[in-house]
Design a protein around this ligand. Structure first.
Ligand SMILES: Cc1cc2nc3c(=O)[nH]c(=O)nc-3n(C[C@H](O)[C@H](O)[C@H](O)COP(=O)(O)OP(=O)(O)OC[C@H]3O[C@@H](n4cnc5c(N)ncnc54)[C@H](O)[C@@H]3O)c2cc1C
Length: 394
């Protein structure tokens, strides 16, 4: 069977791309190794981040220059989620606002400097002093010196999101081949052919690589340099708690993200490492020491969380690149193959899908993607180590 677009990977990028393309009348199939519940998109913390990273100015000028390239994408994150919410009614996308708090002078200076850059580019963030932070919630620690606040940040509950998009895709007659790991790709000049471990064969005019962190394996198969790697990360939720968490909260002093879900459970993460187990099966091991440290860090921001009871811990693999910038666009030498991954991949997922669908239609992308092309890694001799580069929040 031949499709207009074969979509390899059913996370937020693959599913939302299938939505745009099938709305436009393209025939699509989504192929996934599992049942969609193992994807990072299903297991994400669901935070929708727009602010530049709080460490940006603390880490030095090069990182700042890199992050400036992200601003055109950052500006479109909230509008892209609004468009998705309009298309798929019932998704739990909450615009709670997002706050990055500081409890030391150098952290606060970093936030102020970051805010200057954001103001220059009209990103819509503002600086709050200690009193303004307390006004938002008296459950914030009295040690907090100030913060930056961004009204358009928030979160989306991922399970309901994935289920509702799939429901719409079925109405749009998108086909699914689940539990079907792709193991071979043949890229011709006028079509692509994919073969799964069960010897099923799918043909398409275009191929979308939306395999998240596993795009790295697929690009290896195609002998394409990519600069992508996987980060095994974990998070946990607490039992429902009366604590007042007014906004998606991060901390300039450490890895932390805290948010209160609609059922009053608190989700805590921020990019704490999990143990890499079977990466091909997307399995991670939870490191209990890291839960303790993560909770301790959360209690520095919200002291009431020191009594929180952990309800469930989980994790997954996030895709990240050597230079901290996402990859968006066609594969070098394969104009029928497109991909988008990296960065805060859940926040950016709906926007990636919009851009990919524009490219597949043969249009120019509505945002200049020249900084994000995969071809930047072609002759790359990236000397930076993982420790010295921009790492994700979650
Ligand atoms: C614990 C955790 C918390 C996170 N929190 C946040 C957050 O708060 N905010 C944020 O912006 N980002 C967050 N992220 C990152 C974000 O979730 C991911 O970047 C994003 O969901 C990736 O979406 P995707 O569609 O590109 O890939 P995925 O959701 O990973 O989907 C890829 C799919 O491809 C399939 N696949 C892979 N290889 C093959 C193959 N060979 N054949 C067939 N199928 C294949 C996989 O089975 C998978 O279902 C978090 C990630 C984790 C793990």
């Amino acid at each position: 069977m031949k499709y207009d677009v074969v979509i390899l990977g059913g996370g937020i990028v693959g599913l939302s791309s299938a939505l745009h393309l099938s709305d436009l009348g393209y025939s699509c199939i989504v192929i996934d190794s599992f049942d969609l519940k193992k994807s990072a998109s299903y297991n994400t913390a669901g935070g929708i981040y727009i602010q530049l990273q709080s460490q940006v100015t603390l880490l030095g000028k090069n990182i700042t220059d890199q992050s400036l390239k992200l601003i055109p994408l950052a500006k479109e994150i909230y509008p892209s989620w609004l468009r998705l919410k309009e298309r798929i009614s019932g998704i739990n996308f909450e615009r709670t606002g997002g706050i990055i708090v500081a409890s030391a002078e150098n952290e606060m200076q970093g936030l102020v400097d970051k805010n200057k850059i954001e103001q220059d580019y009209q990103l819509g963030t503002s600086v709050l002093d200690a009193q303004e932070v307390q006004k938002l919630s008296s459950d914030f620690s009295k040690e907090i010196l100030g913060a930056t606040f961004m009204p358009d940040e928030g979160y989306c509950e991922p399970h309901n999101l994935i289920e509702l998009i799939v429901e719409q895709l079925k109405k749009n007659k998108v086909k699914f081949a689940l539990h079907s790991r792709v193991q071979n790709m043949t890229l011709g000049s006028s079509s692509v052919t994919l073969e799964t471990v069960h010897n099923e064969v799918y043909h398409g005019d275009f191929l979308l690589l939306s395999a998240g962190c596993q795009n790295a394996d697929l690009l290896n198969q195609l002998n394409i340099n990519h600069g992508l790697y996987s980060l095994p990360i974990q998070m946990f939720s607490t039992k429902p708690s009366p604590i007042n968490i007014p906004a998606l909260t991060r901390y300039a002093g450490n890895k932390l993200s805290v948010k209160k879900m609609l059922n009053n459970s608190v989700w805590i993460g921020g990019g704490w490492p999990a143990q890499q187990q079977n990466a091909q099966n997307l399995e991670v091991g939870i490191i209990s020491e890291n839960i303790k440290s993560n909770l301790k860090c959360a209690a520095q921001v919200y002291p009431k969380l020191s009594h929180a009871k952990v309800n469930r811990a989980w994790g997954g693999y996030a895709a990240w690149t050597q230079d901290g910038l996402p990859i968006i666009g066609p594969c070098p030498n394969h104009p029928r193959v497109f991909l988008a991954c990296g960065g805060n991949g859940f926040s950016l997922g709906p926007l990636y899908a919009e851009l990919l669908s524009e490219l597949i239609q043969g249009k120019e992308s509505s945002i200049n993607i020249s900084h994000f092309l995969l071809s930047r890694f072609e002759q790359s001799e990236c000397s930076e180590t993982v420790d010295s580069i921009c790492l994700p929040h979650d």
